[in-house]
Design a protein around this ligand. Structure first.
Ligand SMILES: NC(=O)c1ccc[n+]([C@@H]2O[C@H](COP(=O)([O-])OP(=O)(O)OC[C@H]3O[C@@H](n4cnc5c(N)ncnc54)[C@H](OP(=O)(O)O)[C@@H]3O)[C@@H](O)[C@H]2O)c1
Length: 232
């Protein structure tokens, strides 16, 4: 799975590891990954930039077979200037690289190794994909279309393909310096359940989709957002 060293990805990796599964976690920072791998015998860390094809090939070469691909890496990554068209292009490239290319390359590289039947692919989107969230939201929305196409292509092989779209989730590196008590409270007010999400909320949805008895769920977007966006 991608981005298993921090935040939501860490919670997903821990959930699978606690269930006794072998988990490979991938991110760019080896030291961050190593801390998670040190906690569990069944977690293997591979440092790689998943927007770089050669890195993804190196990751795929470490795996003989794969039951579940969790494409969790990503984020709203661009914080450069936006005054020129070149700047705007840089923003689009950065968001698409971080959120779409990472998922597309890893999924494509691992596709031949997926268990047939029974394999699972999960993409991590965002409420921003359906509520409007600038370039980041547009990049996440691109994953929905690709997930539908893959679900169609891989359904006959017994592989399901789904998207999890979190709303606000605290205890991650996602918001960086934007996080403050006031920011947290403003996000909590957008929910119907009166609290912010935690990484385990998202891990629960991912492990559910990955389970053998979720084989009749494919081509879906599962929203986990405390009611901050209704019924899409
Ligand atoms: N937190 C929220 O409120 C929220 C809401 C909706 C959706 N999401 C989505 O949930 C996912 C997880 O985010 P998070 O909230 O847990 O934030 P996070 O703590 O920043 O996690 C993102 C992870 O992705 C990894 N990553 C980023 N780019 C990568 C690349 N090119 N290659 C390999 N790994 C890469 C990062 O590790 P390295 O930096 O070490 O590479 C990091 O571990 C993201 O896709 C995010 O867009 C989050």
């Amino acid at each position: 799975m991608s981005g298993g060293g921090t935040g939501i990805g860490r919670a997903i990796a821990v959930a699978f590891a606690r269930a006794g599964e072998d988990v490979t976690i991938v991110g760019r920072r080896a030291d961050v990954l190593a801390k998670v791998a040190a906690e569990f015998d069944t977690v293997t860390a591979v440092a790689a930039d998943l927007s770089v094809p050669a890195d993804v090939e190196r990751v795929a070469a470490t795996l003989d077979s794969v039951d579940v691909v969790v494409n969790n890496a990503g984020g709203a990554v661009y914080d450069g200037p936006l005054s020129t068209l070149e700047d705007q292009a840089a923003q689009w490239r950065a968001e698409l690289d971080a959120n779409v290319l990472t998922a597309a390359l890893l999924t494509t590289a691992l596709m031949p190794k997926l268990t047939r039947p029974g394999g699972r692919i999960v993409f991590m989107s965002s409420v921003a994909a359906v509520k409007g969230g600038g370039v980041y939201g547009a990049a996440k929305a691109a994953l929905h279309g690709w997930a539908y196409a893959l679900a169609t292509r891989l359904g006959p092989d017994g592989i399901t393909v789904n998207v999890v779209a979190p709303g606000y989730v605290a205890d991650t590196e996602f918001f960086g310096e934007r996080m403050s008590p006031e920011f947290h409270e403003s996000r909590v007010r957008q929910t119907l359940v009166g609290r912010g999400g935690v990484p385990d909320d998202i891990a629960a949805a991912v492990t559910y989709l990955a389970a053998p008895d979720a084989g009749y769920i494919t081509g879906q977007v599962i929203h986990v957002n405390g009611g901050s966006a209704l019924g899409r």
